[in-house]
Design a protein around this ligand. Sequence first.
Ligand SMILES: [Zn+2]
Length: 571
Amino acid sequence: MRISQLVSKTQREIPAEADTPSHQLLVRAGMISQVAAGIYNYHPLAWRSLRKIENIIREEVDRAGGQEVYMPTLQPLELWQKSGRDQAFGTTLPAFLTKDRREHPLVLAPTHEECVTEIVVRNVHSYRDLPVNLYQLQNKFRDEARPRAGLIRVREFIMLDAYSFDKDQAGQDINYQLMVQAYKNIYARCGLKSIMVEADSGAIGGKDSHEFMAPAETGEDTILICPKCGYAANAEKAVFTRTKMADQALLPIEEVATPGKKTIEEVAGFLGVPPERTLKAVFYIADGRFIFVVIRGDLPVNEIKLSHALKAKELRMASEAEVVEQGIVPGAASPVGIRGIRIIADDSVETAANLVAGGNKPDTHLKNVNYRRDFQADMVADIALAKVGDACAKCGAVLETVRGIEIGHIFKLGTLYSEKLGAYFTDESGNPQIITMGCYGIGVGRLLAAVIEQCHDDKGIIWPMTVAPYQVHLAALFVDDPRVMEAAGKLYSELQDAGVEVLFDDRAESPGVKFNDADLIGIPLRITVSPRNLDNDSVEVKWRTEKKAQLLPLTGIVESIKKMAADGLKQ
Ligand SMILES: [Zn+2]
């Protein structure tokens, strides 16, 4: 491709709306442009990279036994009513709803479990037909509340979604492991570092779930990692061992005045106790019902764990007015003496002794409050958010945190959808059995952005050879010198004949502009043809990852470059 003919142009200015490296670099390198919030055009360079990523995905999922299909984006709402997931639209599953000319309700599909299960219902009848793994690379639509970071969180995107169907859990476990390996291969071949972590299964549902995270400072997920035993989990899901409090004899409850002290820090400081010796009260509305949450004062509430514990579809903090309406005194609330309100306690509350809690009247707190003796909860559960410094639940070592971009999510769905959509098979004895299902997703555009988040410097993108838009960036300097254009033009066609992908900078720009653009676009190998080097019958060759260039003789240059590009593909 000649840059003089390339439709998109590079830009020096950092776009005002872009706050992550991948967003800035994709726009500056002329690879994408925004159509509306979270909706993008992919220009030729980005589209070439994206297709390479798709092909890597195809090869690896095929190797894991996948069969590629294509399912429609536009689906009748009835399909979603069968699974009951139409109820999740707008709350946990952001979907676009529309109507056809006959007022028939349609969905722009955010995912395809329902549709793929229908294929299986019609085609799989016997145990001999199983296992099956169906996948597609197809557009998805999600009505995200806050599209952000360029291609990281968008409303329309291309996704790999694969679905496995098995006779039983043992079969599902095998398919799951095959897909785990496929995912690891995909990321490695795209030049991405990834971590597999235990995850929350969210709106998709199911039992077991893992995410793949690309470590990056700009990632919106927090991952907790144990450096000793390798435990890794999304903070939404991570478990940890509560610090053990020294055993204490239960002391009599005692009322103390705490004028003007409301927060845990204020009360703890005023009474001279550490925050872990206090009881924190937090109030939520879960599916319209008021919930009184108690947790040890040093621990944050994990709202995802809490909504699972409550099996709530919608969870939000209660407003101060809603708290007061329940007869509770904000800033001095405790479960002691509370009647008729649902109380949920974190595990930490059960094992702590002699805590400071609210006195349920203004400017008053209680010392030596103890679970069981002084109050009971309707439910005790793990509802605390793990953070750096907490103890690993498996080995006790201190947990560390990493920021990450979610680049893949896999789920063991069990029989959740098969039951609702009637996916059965006949077993060896002729009895009907329910099919066990798994699903596996990768956002392809987000994967592209994650590669850039991990592979860039202050000058621009540093593409891994496997997913670079082109393998070689050929820069001709001083194009008004006929020797330069003759030599560069010859090299351009000979390299292409040898199967090397070349982006040819044939523009009449200064060397400075050309080198800056080459660094910004980030093609792995740069070849520079200049009058001075031609005087020595040579060209300059430089890897994007290295500072120094090398001079190579023109004789045999095509073979040398072809070998360098091939070596780059193997890394
Ligand atoms: Zn551990």
